[in-house]
Design a protein around this ligand. Structure first.
Ligand code: SAM
Length: 231
């Protein structure tokens, strides 16, 4: 899969994709990341990407023109599996199911808004969807784009190594509950002991403990995930 990111701060992405799982996926040729500078699609001397809002009010709004021209030049003949996503606090909130749906595309182009936001004609006539990473307002779409790339990339076939298989992760599997608590050495730290069930080699006992502990933690921290659970 190829991720395109359209931003006025391309330098923001020096780093976030150079470590861990995403970097491994890139190095293995399983995914590509292309960062595009929106100012490359301006025609004036100042490379203007924003303007004042019609109707008055605070701040500036990203203009539609450079965004349309950027997408149309990156994908002159856009296919249905090349999806344009506008990062927006007003979008549908990203979750694991959305990440899987996005992962079915061959290419994603993530538009990072700034200032007061983006001319609404981009949401209406250019983007396939508006996507939020949570009910709060960020200063720009760049952090959100980095989150989307990470979440979608780690679900792509082959990107996760065996050691960090996605099957057990929170929100995964058929039941969508939280992952079980994990411990590592030492078996006792400042008087706090690792649960006895994890210390022996009884695999069935370990599995039972993990399932119960995952349910208990989900009940305590995210009871909403248990709504349709058959415990
Ligand atoms: N005026 C907008 C509003 O109240 O909905 C907020 C604009 S925000 C300061 C600037 C940009 O940050 C947005 O255009 C969007 O690209 C990005 N952004 C802010 N919050 C976001 C969120 N929760 N998820 C994804 N992107 C977000």
């Amino acid at each position: 899969m190829i991720f395109h990111v359209l931003t006025i701060f391309p330098e923001f992405f020096q780093g976030p994709f150079d470590h861990g799982v995403v970097a491994r996926g890139r190095n293995a040729g399983l995914l590509g990341i292309r960062i595009h500078n929106l100012r490359d699609w301006t025609s004036d001397r100042h490379k203007t990407v924003d303007d004042r809002p019609f109707g008055g009010g605070e701040g500036m709004v990203l203009k539609a023109g450079p965004l349309f021209e950027a997408v149309e030049s990156i994908w002159p003949q856009r296919r249905p599996d090349q999806r344009v996503i506008l990062l927006s606090a007003q979008g549908r909130v990203l979750d694991q199911a959305a990440a899987e749906r996005l992962g079915a595309a061959s290419e994603l182009l993530l538009i990072c808004g700034r200032y007061e936001g983006v001319d609404e004609r981009v949401a209406e006539h250019l983007a396939d969807e508006e996507l939020s990473i949570g009910d709060y307002v960020l200063s720009g779409g760049e952090l959100a784009a980095a989150v989307v790339v990470d979440v979608v990339a780690r679900r792509l076939p082959g990107v996760l190594g065996n050691q960090d298989s996605a099957a057990r992760e929170s929100f995964a599997g058929g039941d969508g509950i939280l992952d079980c608590p994990q411990y590592t050495r030492p078996a006792e730290f400042r008087g706090w002991k690792v649960p006895e069930a994890l210390l022996g080699g009884n695999h069935a006992g370990i599995e039972r403990w993990r399932r119960q502990a995952a349910l208990e933690k989900t009940r305590r921290l995210r009871p909403d995930l248990l709504r349709n659970q058959d415990e």
